[in-house]
Design a protein around this ligand. Structure first.
Ligand code: GDP
Length: 459
């Protein structure tokens, strides 16, 4: 897990830009930078104080190719905890590549995706949950996702996990004292006290686990499909949610041929939204593919918006969809009575038995607020506000808390059944180890590699 190579990468996105940053990290970072960068003063870069921006020439094969800035960050006060240098040059595609190649010529190797952050984790500069939050921050597409990936959200989570960890650890040490010195009265805890502390840990773990519903809906997003027969207004609803005319809206049946997918904010909930082809018997080959794909998407969905035209009686196709919906108790089904700007023919009661919720709206003239409020009510147990409490926002974290909760439960059962203290102690040890996975205190190299492989190069 401990890297010795000195790595380099372009840390800014590829393309033309005002400035670009090339990062170098590792034992040889200063020597490499010294050979790629010549301060204007003629003094070596090392003659300048740490963390000062130094103006000078950027060299390639000993010749100046650009002017820019270089900053040295001596270990351990750097992002990675190693010696680091950041070279800022102009943001040209070929230029940045040349600067990077020069660092390679001087002994650096290409950084793998997320390797700077991975080294920061290995060197104790940031916890695994913070590193994961950095990854989510880079990927954030909605305001709520950004807030949940912000440092204060990780602090809240680590604070709560740390408090439960501390509670269990103090319990474990008093149990060990009792196991090691059973004859002595060390003023250790009574069985009632132990049970009460375990119950407290259990309550806090359960409460934390319950927040994953909110975290999942915001950070990971809810796969959602819009379905309904042709012309009921699916594309119009999709556009209302996306806030743009992305889907082609026409009054000719069967024009939404393929599956459009977009990440959209529905209030604070993130929807991974699909506008599917109308589920009718497709005539053309393109339509057939679209219909097949939509069926697959409906299977994976966690939320279905089933759209009906409130200005017309139910058709055979509508009734078939209602039948399908009635059988899908595993997903959240929201029936939408669209076109309420026209005289109403359908009433909510006509579709309510097959749906969890029914909402009347006009995709053409209405606003999406009532739908957003409904979706928030269905998927959020709380809203993200400044200073909100700890929220689990990833499946990995939730699985670790779930395991810890199971171990604490089995420790309680061991006590209640009167087993020797060491049986419960081993349960508590396993709970601690599960909680340790969240910060990365105890985590396998496989998991670490998997997390950082999703980062971009240069981060
Ligand atoms: P899709 O085939 O289900 O995707 O339906 P579209 O979104 O393409 O809409 C079909 C037709 O219904 C278009 O002419 C839309 O302008 C119209 N439409 C959609 N929503 C509404 C609505 O709320 N009110 C009215 N009056 N027309 C609508």
């Amino acid at each position: 897990m401990f890297a010795t190579d000195t790595i380099a990468a372009i840390s800014t996105p590829p393309g033309k830009g005002g400035v670009a940053i090339i990062r170098i990290s590792g034992e040889a970072a200063f020597e490499i930078a010294e050979r790629c960068f010549a301060p204007r003063s003629g003094k070596p870069l090392s003659a300048y104080p740490a963390r000062h921006a130094v103006y000078g020439c950027i060299l390639s094969e000993n010749r100046p190719i650009d002017d820019g800035l270089a900053v040295r960050f001596p270990a351990p006060a750097s992002y990675t905890g190693e010696n680091m240098v950041e070279i800022c040059c102009h943001g040209g595609i070929l230029l940045t590549q040349k600067v990077l190649e020069e660092t390679f010529a001087q002994g650096a190797v290409q950084a793998a995706p997320g390797e700077f952050t991975r080294r920061a984790f290995v060197n104790g500069k940031l916890s695994l949950s913070r590193a994961e939050a950095v990854g989510r921050l880079l990927e954030a597409q909605t305001e709520a996702q950004m807030k949940l990936a912000a440092p204060d959200a990780t602090d809240a989570l680590e604070g709560e996990v740390g408090a439960i960890y501390g509670l269990l650890l103090s319990l474990l040490s008093s149990l060990f004292a009792d196991i090691d010195y059973p004859e002595e009265d060390l003023g250790e805890l009574s069985v009632e006290e132990i049970l009460s502390r375990l119950r407290e840990a259990q309550t806090r773990l359960d409460a934390l686990l319950a927040t994953y519903r909110t975290g999942h809906a915001i950070a990971e997003g809810i796969p959602c499909v819009i379905c309904g027969r042709p012309n009921v207004g699916k594309s119009s609803l999709y556009n209302l949610l996306c806030g743009e005319d992305r889907a082609i809206v026409t009054s000719e049946a069967g024009t939404t041929r393929d599956v459009l997918e977009k990440t959209v904010a529905c209030g604070q909930v993130t929807l991974l939204l699909c506008d599917t082809a109308g589920l009718r018997d497709a005539e053309s080959a393109a339509e057939k593919i679209g219909v097949e794909r939509s069926r697959a998407r409906i299977k994976e969905a966690e939320l279905i918006f089933a759209v009906f035209d409130a200005s017309a009686p139910l058709t055979e196709e509508d009734r078939a969809l209602l039948e399908e919906l009635a059988a899908r108790r595993d997903v959240c089904r929201v029936g939408i009575l669209n076109k309420t700007d026209l005289p109403a023919v359908l009433a909510p009661a006509d579709i309510a038995p097959a749906c969890d919720e029914v909402l009347s709206l006009s995709a053409l003239t209405g606003d999406k607020q009532p739908l957003c409020e409904l979706v928030e009510k269905l998927f959020l147990s709380e809203r993200i506000t400044p200073g909100h409490r700890a929220i689990l926002s990833g499946a990995r974290q939730a699985a670790a808390v779930r395991r810890a909760a199971e171990c604490v439960q089995s420790a309680q059962a061991a006590f209640a059944a009167g087993f020797a203290h060491d049986v419960a102690a081993s349960d508590i040890e396993r709970a601690l180890s599960a909680l340790g996975e969240i910060s990365g205190r105890e985590v396998s190299e496989q998991i670490v590699a998997d997390i950082f492989s999703h980062f971009c190069v240069g981060k």
